[in-house]
Design a protein around this ligand. Structure first.
Ligand SMILES: *[C@@H]1O[C@H](CO)[C@@H](O)[C@H](O)[C@H]1NC(C)=O
Ligand SMILES: *[C@@H]1O[C@H](CO)[C@@H](O)[C@H](O)[C@H]1NC(C)=O
Ligand SMILES: *[C@@H]1O[C@H](CO)[C@@H](O)[C@H](O)[C@H]1NC(C)=O
Ligand SMILES: *[C@@H]1O[C@H](CO)[C@@H](O)[C@H](O)[C@H]1NC(C)=O
Ligand SMILES: *[C@@H]1O[C@H](CO)[C@@H](O)[C@H](O)[C@H]1NC(C)=O
Ligand SMILES: *[C@@H]1O[C@H](CO)[C@@H](O)[C@H](O)[C@H]1NC(C)=O
Ligand SMILES: *[C@@H]1O[C@H](CO)[C@@H](O)[C@H](O)[C@H]1NC(C)=O
Length: 409
């Protein structure tokens, strides 16, 4: 019985860790933050905040938001400004009033985007006389125009929402921001751990142009992290010129897919490489908080959001996506039928015709690697995996506890 309740306790612990905070919900309790809340959703900062633990949101009331809206800035600029109001550290009322040495420079989501020049994405928090706490952008000539008003919500060490008196002015955050379609794809990806994929894409003007031509109509890019793509480069170089373009195009989807869309839509997704009978598709599948992309040869995880602003989304993935059209020899089944759950027992079909053999010979041979675990880019998994591994261990403990509970009965 004791073991059983222990198992239940662990079960509830596992369940609570998978339920993240919901900033939209927290702010919706208080109508004076409705405009701020609305803009967090519009700029998609809300989902970014929900994905972070140990975070502080500096909220302003509707009157302060009206001052910002009156400046008639583009939504991309508003996003930069609001992301300066999300501190990637936990500051509740108590911690704010007891800062070591009375002052601190704190990193923000704006600093994390890479669009903040130098250290302009840092916020200076300083304890002032009379119990006041001042906030200013690091690039704002030493002034601290915003002050602490009150604590809105504290979930200890996970998320704190604090009201401050006004939007923190910042020259860098208020600078005009180009729309995504005018952005330099390779530069954005290079800055965020996808440099090798970005360089390879940039090198192929045909594939690069197809990507950029699709931005305005909606584009989602899944870029393999550097560790994954580096290990894959020898195989990439082995592909024919057409194969290289198809492999790159396979990592783009000609519609805009936000994280929320991906989370709520499991299923097959066509790519930029899809061309009539040449399917070049993969399956999106949610596994708890994790979003995976599956081909018959590989299962990759989305590990990071680089950009999520309609019409363009860019995510990092843990592995290179291998289309079966290019890597037939490695496929567990040569059957073109979309078997949703290929079992490892599915041996390569023996009836491969001449054309298939020719293609198979073109493809890099990685003999009998019919399990996704042997796919290239596997090495990247260990690094890219922290959160998933944590949860997996949690589930392992749960299973052990349940078994233990059953044994005790
Ligand atoms: C904070 O987050 C951690 C990790 O996700 C979780 O274990 C903990 O229960 C959370 N704390 C609260 C008070 O929700
Ligand atoms: C968060 O809360 C908002 C408002 O209460 C709700 O509309 C939304 O569905 C919630 N999001 C999630 C992921 O639960
Ligand atoms: C506080 O100030 C002392 C003396 O100037 C310095 O050595 C120390 O690093 C400071 N601590 C922090 C957290 O800034
Ligand atoms: C924050 O700004 C105040 C006022 O300009 C300044 O005195 C202080 O040194 C700054 N703090 C840090 C950590 O830079
Ligand atoms: C995009 O950035 C890359 C470097 O990351 C640079 O080589 C290239 O010239 C840039 N393209 C444009 C159109 O600015
Ligand atoms: C770019 O293409 C050139 C010539 O095709 C090749 O030598 C070079 O290695 C390529 N660079 C990358 C990063 O793929
Ligand atoms: C490249 O292709 C050749 C011939 O098809 C093959 O022998 C070799 O193992 C391949 N190399 C890699 C790295 O896949």
């Amino acid at each position: 019985m004791a073991a059983f309740s222990a198992a239940l306790l662990i079960l509830s612990a596992v369940l609570t860790t998978s339920i993240a905070h919901n900033i939209s919900h927290i702010l919706s309790q208080n109508p004076e933050f409705s405009t701020f809340n609305h803009y967090l959703t519009l700029t998609r900062l809300a989902s970014e905040i929900d994905r972070h633990n140990t975070i502080t949101v500096l909220a302003v009331n509707n009157a302060a938001m009206d001052d910002l809206i009156a400046k008639d800035l583009s939504i991309y600029t508003v996003k930069n400004i609001l992301s300066l109001h999300v501190l990637v550290d936990y500051f509740d009322a108590k911690k704010l009033h007891q800062i070591t040495n009375g002052t601190a420079l704190v990193s923000t989501l704006f600093q994390a985007t890479g669009s903040a020049p130098g250290a302009s994405g840092l916020v200076n928090i300083t304890d002032l006389r009379g119990g006041k706490v001042g906030f200013g952008a690091n690039d704002n000539g030493g002034t601290l125009p915003a002050v602490y008003v009150k604590s809105v919500k504290e979930i200890q060490y996970n998320i704190s929402v604090i009201q401050i008196s006004q939007i923190i002015p910042s020259v860098a955050a208020e600078a005009p921001t180009p729309a995504p379609s005018k952005q330099n794809l390779t530069a954005i990806m290079s800055k965020h751990g996808c440099k090798i994929f970005a360089d390879t894409l940039f090198n192929s003007s045909e594939a690069y142009n197809i990507f950029t031509d699709n931005i305005d109509g909606g584009l989602t890019i899944f870029c393999p992290a550097d560790d994954a793509f580096k290990g894959f480069l020898p195989k990439f170089k082995n592909l024919t010129a057409a194969g290289q373009i198809a492999l790159l195009e396979f990592h783009g989807v000609p519609i805009y897919q936000s994280i929320a869309n991906l989370k709520s839509n499991n299923g097959v997704m066509n790519t930029l490489a899809t061309d009539g009978a040449e399917k070049y598709d993969f399956t999106v599948q949610n596994d708890g908080d994790e979003i995976t992309l599956k081909t018959k040869l590989v299962t990759a995880k989305i590990t990071n959001t680089i950009l999520d602003e309609q019409p363009l989304a860019i995510y990092t993935i843990s592995k290179v996506l291998l289309p079966e059209e290019l890597f037939k020899s490695e496929a567990p089944s040569a059957s073109p039928a979309p078997a949703p759950e290929p079992t490892p027992a599915d041996a390569p079909a023996p009836q491969a015709d001449k054309k298939k053999k020719k293609k198979a010979a073109d493809a890099p041979s990685d003999d009998n690697s019919d399990t996704p675990a042997e796919s290239p880019g596997d090495a990247a998994d260990d690094d890219a995996d922290d959160s998933g591994a944590g949860r997996f261990r949690g589930i392992g403990v749960l299973v052990l506890a349940l078994i233990f509970g059953i044994l005790m009965v």
